[in-house]
Design a protein around this ligand. Structure first.
Ligand SMILES: [Zn+2]
Length: 123
């Protein structure tokens, strides 16, 4: 019994290690294949283009992925806005939920981004 529990824990540990290493989660520079850090990827998410920290080549977000990002932001925001009267949230509660949401999405955003060498039209 005890042994089985330990095995289960080991499996969980391995899984979280895989998550940490990220596999394909962070995007690679399309010029030098350098794996971008989470922070660099967040920055390109907000500015749409950014120089690669390794080779200095300017990288852009692939439009398919940036569309996904906007949907990721807009859909939950709409849901929050419309659910406000339902739950009768006070303004501070509403604001902190909104801020939490933006923070959570910013944490997740780099995992959805892919890089491109050229700026492609957004729509
Ligand atoms: Zn590069």
């Amino acid at each position: 019994m005890d042994l089985n529990w330990k095995k289960g824990k080991m499996k969980l540990w391995k899984r979280s290690d895989n998550l940490k290493e990220g596999g394909t989660s962070m995007p690679n520079c399309q010029n030098c294949n350098y794996k971008w850090s989470w922070l660099d990827t967040v920055k390109i998410g907000f500015m749409n283009n950014r120089k690669c920290p390794n080779c200095g080549e300017r990288q852009f977000i692939k439009p398919q992925t940036s569309k996904g990002i906007y949907a990721l932001y807009i859909i939950p925001l709409i849901v929050i806005l419309f659910s406000r009267p339902l739950f009768d949230w006070s303004t501070p509660v509403f604001l902190s939920i909104g801020i939490l949401f933006v923070v959570a999405l910013t944490m997740v955003m780099p995992y959805t981004i892919k890089l491109s060498n050229e700026q492609e039209p957004l729509w």
